[in-house]
Ligand binder design. Structure first.
Ligand code: NOJ
Length: 564
């Protein structure tokens, strides 16, 4: 078999896949309206294939008013006309499949948009009707029912309830334009099974399940007050009994979904977006459930050897126990890009998602980021992540070493996290700025007209075009890393090597492939072997600070080395 192509037909293709997240509105714009679209993605399939990924995960491309970047879905079985048509989707899927690249789509089952036919019907229907039962409508409390039915807050600020003209309230754990579905309703359950089959029949290989831990709620009257307010970064307690999050009965839904996945050959795959206590993750990732769950622990970790070590040990042990492979994520469309997180001073907890949110509020000025350091560490972290057993999820633009655009003008911000919090949360637009494809020209080659979020001048030197000319670029590093990974990847095991300590992480994969990362502030001796790839220059047998090297057993003439 051609080792440059993934084992497409294998049912286990996902276990150690590299999945590249495309945020369609910001990837490539084929028609010049400033918004990325499906044809834009199709026009860049060559780029994705050259990167060496195994699968693409498409964030929502469904019809939407964009109250939450497309996570407010009007119709689960169509394409937003601004992004294309179902025929464009089929063309994209066929094009990716030709290169052996799998397709994962985002499914948003916790809530629809308020423009969904069901919600319109619910608004037009009376209290207590079948149409209202698909959502969570309740009478209010207090005189005239003027207070929300419970104290539940929206994740984006403000109450999770909005009132409709006849006086009832409906639940929305996110924006008011994202009414929560009632998963105790059989019609809701059946309709999602139909949606899973709709996309699976079109050739989709898997589903990323949005807010997978939120579908079932305790709706018994009186509605339960929340035990304690969860702060950003907090997990719901690991009891399975929180009124809103991570309730045990949610897994009945995924057991049914699994039956649908298994109707296909190879079975469709699922990955849960579940911000739950790590001890609860196995339930989502079980083979009789979705099969995989995001592990966001590296996103939460600071750039410290000890924190990374613990995260890796815990997650590999968990995955082994429940029979799934683990997932690794450093960046996605919801968090500050990792090159910027690692640019913050250590005292501010360099690396952690939560600390970076505070930094964003200062438009990225306080504390002053050290961009060079951030990128160096980001490259080292990526190389470390790509050497781990399990699957790795990359977010568009990280292969260019993009930093967060932290200073977007306030009047251009689109994220409800910003709009609903009166600016107390800067939101996620800074990691969703359209990609730079060329060093200059309109929208840096993203499209022919101005991009829907303004791109900064510093995008030019980071463009694909510029980096393709530079053998030491971050893009070149990612390409080499994915190509080496494919060649070296073996069983899903890892052995810690001598030398692992509070400054250095050194581990070996089957076949002798080793990865060593120096988290410290001074160079350390490189272990024996042939360095085939390094995230920064490696000289005189020393591994500099904030650098990762990949090493294979010495075999003269077999390998050439790439330093970055
Ligand atoms: C998680 C998604 O990743 C995020 O972008 C979205 O705002 C929420 N779920 C609500 O759908």
């Amino acid at each position: 078999m051609d080792s440059s192509q993934p084992p497409a037909a294998s049912a286990d293709w996902w276990r150690q896949a590299v999945v590249y997240q495309v945020y369609p509105r910001s990837f490539a714009d084929s028609d010049g309206d400033g918004v990325g679209d499906l044809r834009g993605i199709t026009s860049r399939i060559g780029y994705l294939a050259a990167l060496g990924i195994d699968a693409v995960w498409l964030s929502p491309f469904y019809p939407s008013a964009l109250a939450d970047g497309g996570y407010d879905v009007d119709d689960y079985r169509d394409v937003d006309p601004r992004l294309g048509t179902l025929a464009d989707f089929d063309e994209l899927t066929a094009g990716l499949h030709e290169y052996g690249i799998k397709v994962i789509v985002d499914i948003v089952p916790n809530h629809t948009s308020d423009r969904h036919a069901w919600f319109r019907e619910a608004l037009a229907a009376p209290k207590g009707s079948r149409a209202r039962d698909r959502y969570i409508f309740r009478d209010g409390r207090g005189p005239g029912g003027a207070e929300p039915p419970a104290d539940w807050p929206s994740a984006f600020g403000g109450p999770a309830w909005s009132r409709v003209p006849d006086g009832q309230w409906y639940l929305h754990l996110f924006t008011a334009q994202q009414p929560d579905l009632n998963w105790a309703n059989g019609e809701v359950r059946d309709d999602f099974l139909a949606t899973l089959r709709f996309w699976s029949d079109r050739g989709v290989d898997g589903f990323r399940v949005d807010v997978a831990h939120g579908l079932t709620k305790n709706l018994a009257e009186p509605l339960e007050p929340l035990p304690a307010k969860l702060n950003p970064g907090d997990w719901p307690p690991p009891t399975g009994t929180h009124p809103l999050w991570d309730r045990d009965e949610v897994h009945d839904i995924y057991a049914q979904w699994r039956q649908v996945f298994d109707e296909y050959d190879p079975p469709r795959v699922g990955v849960a977006e579940a911000w739950v206590h790590p001890s609860r993750r196995p339930r989502y990732a079980s083979p009789s459930g979705l099969g995989q769950a995001f592990n966001f622990d590296l996103l939460e970790a600071n750039w410290r050897a000890g924190e990374f070590l613990q995260v890796i040990i815990d997650n590999l042990a968990d995955a082994q126990r429940y029979g799934a492979s683990t997932t690794w994520v450093l960046s996605n469309h919801d968090v500050v890009r990792h090159a910027s997180r690692y640019a913050l001073p250590a005292a501010d907890g360099s690396g952690s998602r939560v600390n970076a949110k505070a930094w964003l509020l200062s438009n990225g000025t306080s504390p002053e980021p050290d961009r060079g350091l951030g990128l160096r560490r980001a490259r080292a972290a990526t190389l470390l992540m790509l050497a781990l057993p399990g699957s790795a999820y990359l977010y568009q633009g990280e292969e260019l070493g993009l930093h967060e655009v932290a200073d977007l003008p306030a009047d251009r911000l689109q994220d409800p996290a910003y709009l609903r919090s009166d600016g107390a949360d800067k939101g996620r637009d800074g990691c969703r700025v359209p990609l730079p494809w060329t060093g200059g020209g309109p929208a840096f080659g993203f499209g022919t007209g101005p991009a829907h979020l303004p791109q900064p001048d510093w995008f030019g030197p980071l463009s694909v075009e510029t980096q393709e000319r530079d053998p030491a670029s971050t893009l070149a590093l990612y390409r080499h890393a994915l190509s080496w990974r494919r060649r070296l990847q073996g069983a899903e095991t890892l052995e810690w090597m001598p030398g692992t300590n509070g400054q250095v992480l050194h581990f070996r994969r089957p076949g002798g492939w080793r990865s060593v990362t120096n988290f410290g502030s001074s160079a350390v001796p490189l272990p024996d072997g042939t360095v085939v790839l390094a995230s920064g220059p490696v000289e005189d047998g020393l591994l500099p600070a904030d650098t990762t090297a990949w090493i294979i057993p010495p075999s003269p003439g077999a390998a050439t080395r790439e330093d970055f």
